[in-house]
Design a protein around this ligand. Structure first.
Ligand code: ZN
Ligand code: ZN
Length: 317
């Protein structure tokens, strides 16, 4: 079979490999996403990934053999986390942040290949109505579902997302779907901002006056929830500055090191800064269930004019 293999820093090639052996169901892959993590691995900057490694942790395919739950030919995606089941964190009921967490496509062979072998317990059924390209996005969407849950997001919340990359944009679409009072996306890339506005999102530059204008439009002093999806020091600073008293900041991006935080602001406003990593099985299942309705809604929003009229500010705050 053909597979995309990482051999070492800046060395990735399509290779012919034997079919994967061992435990699990052989899945014929139809589509596999390329994640920011894959690019980090390619650059040789991932702390765990070691070549030779078949990449790919976000994929969709069909089972090639019968297994308990899935008859041959079932359309499936994979919950890619591998937890040890024995550490304190696993035993405390949080296996998604296992102390020695591993993933398919990062620590062991993944789905950027014609075939991948995955234990049946890690497979989830994917509806036939969703395209392969959309179905391969269940994993990044699960990151967003988890971030929203960790941040304490509730319908009606006024939200800012700093960093409109794939995760920031997917999060915006998800929170809009979940009934956010408003969602403002902030980014430094003007071309990206224009593209998002065309798609019906409230996308703005990260200049201070853009945050102030977004808040003024809502008649508010700060956002209820701010999601930092940029991985930059300035984004962390802005996230704290523009969160309302008692609001929360979720750090969704993976920072390369320590960042300065204004602890006086944090204390005086009683802000909550929340860490978030990957997703639980429940988050992943919710993401799979959201694929079809979200794909439909996004297709519809492309047809709508940019900057749709906002609903009135939420009365409960
Ligand atoms: Zn990923
Ligand atoms: Zn563990």
């Amino acid at each position: 079979m053909k597979a995309v293999v990482y051999d070492g820093p800046m060395q990735v090639a399509v290779k012919d490999l034997p079919l994967p052996e061992g435990r699990g169901v052989l899945v014929a892959v139809d589509a596999c996403g390329i994640c920011g993590t894959d690019l980090t691995i390619y650059k040789g900057a991932h702390p765990r990934a070691k070549g030779p490694l078949v990449l790919g942790h976000e994929f969709v395919g069909r089972t090639t053999e019968d297994c308990a739950e899935f008859p041959k030919g079932s359309r499936v995606t994979c919950y890619p986390l591998i937890s040890c089941g024995e550490c304190q964190t696993c035993l405390s009921g949080q296996p998604h942040i296992c102390e020695v967490l591993r993933l398919y496509g990062i620590d062991t062979a993944g789905g950027m290949a014609e075939m991948v072998r995955i234990p049946a317990s890690e497979l989830l059924a994917v509806p036939e109505s969703v395209s392969d390209a959309v179905a391969a996005q269940a994993e990044p969407l699960a990151v967003c579902v988890h971030a929203a849950r960790r941040a304490g997001f509730a319908a009606g919340d006024h939200v800012a997302i700093i960093g409109a990359g794939p995760i920031g944009t997917t999060l915006a679409a998800y929170l809009r779907r979940m009934g956010a009072g408003s969602v403002a996306l902030f980014d430094t890339n003007e071309a990206r901002i224009a593209q998002l506005r065309d798609a019906g999102f409230d996308a703005r530059s990260t200049a201070s006056e853009s945050y102030e204008a977004a808040l003024a439009a809502q008649g508010r002093a700060g956002f209820d929830r701010v999601f930092e999806c940029a991985g930059a020091a300035r984004a962390v600073e802005d996230a704290l500055r523009y969160t309302r008293v008692g609001g929360s900041v979720a750090i969704v991006s993976i920072h390369k090191g320590a960042q300065p935080v204004d602890l006086q602001l944090l204390a005086f406003r009683e802000l909550s800064v929340i860490g978030t990593r990957v997703y639980t099985r429940a988050d992943f299942a919710e993401a799979v269930a959201m694929l079809a309705p979200m794909a439909e809604e996004l297709a519809g929003s492309r047809a709508r004019p940019a900057c749709p009229k906002r609903p009135p500010p939420c009365s409960r705050r």
